[in-house]
Design a protein around this ligand. Sequence first.
Ligand code: ATR
Length: 280
Amino acid sequence: MSGISIDGKTKLYGVIGNPVKHSFSPRMHSTAFQLLGINAVYLPFHIITEQLPNLLNAFTITGVQGFNITLPHKENIVPYLDLLSNDAEVLQSVNTVIKTETGWKGYNTDGSGFIRSLSDADISIRGRKVLIVGAGGAARSIAVALAREGVADMIILNRTSSKAESLATLLHDISSGISVKTGYTQGDHPDIVINTTSVGMKGNQCPIPDEIVLDCDQIIDIIYNPSQTPLLKKAEERSIPYLNGLDMLLYQGVEAFEIWTGQTAPIAAMRESLIASIYG
Ligand code: ATR
């Protein structure tokens, strides 16, 4: 790997969040820049909500070319951007920003990254029935991307039913052909079940009752740490194919990298970097 020697032409990228110091993105993107010999660095920026109104001015002055956004700013950044991609507009949520000739443009690569992780794992979704657990930011990105990719039926299950209803309305608005319902009924038999909640990150909790686990053909948990959540352990015990969230994390970064550089991202090296950072 060729190292980067910082000079007057080095470009600056980063991630904003609060907290941000545990982010895996600086190492992943730095690895990618180095491997492709791109003269750029990627840094974490601890930004509090009160600083957002001045942030883009500060980034313009200091020459930042692009940045990622993590919690809790994905929605709050939107009013300050000049342009939004279609997905970012629909979701009103942004995780990737690039400086363009016409201003700062926001994208949301969480959903498209998720779709790429499925295609990498040979999981087909067109025409299938998908049950999503959760209705927060991650669920919305994933559900919108799945609807655009031709999922036929969607079931949304959430602790707070009003949020499930609001996601169902959004899906109907963007896709006329899709059938959406909230709440699981015995025998629904979804092809794919996706956990988007944080349940399973700590302890032995499983976000999905056994009857649903037993009623599907594929289980996806977007949690990547631990690599095998209690839900995925159940899937393994019952010989149900499963996927964790590592590749979703990877591909949202891959897509951001490609938006910034216009180059094909070094996916294998980025994955290795993530694995070393998270599980190493
Ligand atoms: P993210 O951006 O990661 O999606 P979020 O927008 O805060 O985070 O959404 C978290 C999702 O996980 C929500 O659907 C939340 O349910 P509520 O809408 O009822 O709050 C769900 N969630 C979080 N903790 C949960 C728990 N202990 N049990 C069930 N659902 C939970």
